[in-house]
Design a protein around this ligand. Structure first.
Ligand code: NAP
Ligand code: ZN
Length: 349
């Protein structure tokens, strides 16, 4: 079927309306009418060809929510009308050690929601800045939030799971002092989730203007990282840091606030390398520097259910698809609190 989407034909071109095709649902497929799609900084990195290997035309978007509009013959878990989501993964090999563990995000055959090879036209996947998507049922998530919150649930599909997975893996909870670095789409979810898990949360921001706002998100303390004195006040005191910054920066300043055996997990994926770490920041206190990529399907469902139970959604600003390039520019300036979400009804215009 032919549908409308918003994407780019080259890394230096603005996004524009385009027509794309979606396959007819196979036996295990779920067809979703997309209501909203969140705007992740990864969309910008990819569509503007800041990362290597962007396939054009590129239709970004991996924070997808909507309702089921058709199901394949063998689909029993979903029915027409169900509220569902799709995150960053639309397929994987389904039989390796990673898939068996529910960590499809680490499967070598993982198929990303956009920019991954697929037999469907045009040979690579096209994402959620579009009217519909067809996805194997294994990669479809159930949304239990009230329907009125649907738009604000969209960012949970990437920003939510990308912060939830490392917070859980490194056992964040009561009694732990946890830093979240960079208060953007990912970071603001990291603060909300770490707070709901019972940790003492310290938000690190480069933006003085976010000091009060970070507290409202659930941060117990806020550090403006440009102020050396504020950083020094937390020296050697944190158990874990989740670093979401989208640009290359000095990691040593954050390693210095970890206590013995503390870990900093990087989830930000800047297009150029960080200038550090200095090895002494690691060996002096047996600190670890780690990374984490999105999360598996079962833990994504666990995160969505936790958020529904605790009333957690993203703080969003709704835009029309036609406003996407301005939204990217504002995201680069840190001007969004904290996630743009596209109203996909605007694609019909
Ligand atoms: P975002 O909304 O733009 O937030 C990034 C935040 O980083 C900004 O709000 C800002 O926070 C801080 N920042 C940005 N530029 C900076 C600079 N030059 N120096 C210092 N701080 C800076 O982006 P996002 O959607 O949260 O994504 C963040 C990163 O994670 C991106 O690189 C994205 O590609 C990546 N990502 C990774 C995964 C994964 O699986 N690992 C998944 C999704 C996204 P302050 O104003 O508070 O300083
Ligand atoms: Zn993302």
């Amino acid at each position: 079927m032919t549908i409308k989407a918003y994407g780019a034909h080259a890394g230096d071109q603005a996004l524009e309306s385009m027509e794309i095709t979606r396959r007819a649902p196979g036996p295990h497929d779920v067809q979703i009418d997309i209501a909203y799609c969140g705007v992740c900084h990864s969309d910008l990195h990819q569509v503007r060809a800041e990362w290597a290997g962007t396939c054009f035309p590129c239709v970004p978007g991996h924070e997808i929510v909507g309702h089921v509009s058709a199901v394949g013959d063998h689909v029993s878990a979903y029915q027409i009308g169900d509220l569902v989501g799709v995150g960053c993964i639309v397929d994987s090999c389904q039989h390796c050690e990673e898939c068996d563990a529910g960590l499809e995000n680490y499967c070598d055959g993982m198929v990303g929601t956009y920019n991954s090879a697929t037999p469907d036209a045009p040979g690579h996947t096209l994402g959620g800045y579009s009217q519909k998507i067809v996805v194997h049922e294994r990669y479809v998530l159930r949304i239990r939030h009230p329907k009125a919150q649907l738009a604000a649930v969209a960012p949970l599909l990437c920003a939510g799971i990308t912060t939830w997975s490392p917070l859980r893996h490194w056992k964040v909870g009561p009694g732990k002092k946890v830093g979240v670095v960079g208060i953007g789409g990912l970071g603001h979810m990291g603060i909300k989730l770490a707070h709901a898990m019972g940790a003492h949360v310290v938000a690190f921001t480069t933006s003085e203007s976010k000091r009060e706002a970070a507290r409202a998100l659930g941060a117990d303390e806020v550090v403006v990282s440009r102020n050396a004195g504020e950083m020094a006040a937390h020296a050697k005191s944190l158990d874990f840091i989740l670093n979401t910054v989208a640009a290359a920066h000095d990691l040593d300043a954050y390693l210095a606030v970890l206590k013995r055996d503390g870990t900093m997990a990087l989830v930000g994926a800047p297009s150029s390398p960080h200038p550090s770490p200095g090895v002494f920041h690691l060996i002096m206190k047996r600190r670890s520097l780690a990374g984490s990529m999105i999360g598996g399907i079962p833990e994504t469902q666990e995160m969505l259910d936790f958020c529904a139970q605790h009333g957690i959604v993203a703080d969003i600003e709704m835009i029309r698809a036609q406003e996407i390039d301005d939204a990217y520019d504002r995201m680069l300036k840190g001007e969004v609190k904290y996630r743009f979400v596209i109203d996909c009804a605007s694609l019909a215009a």
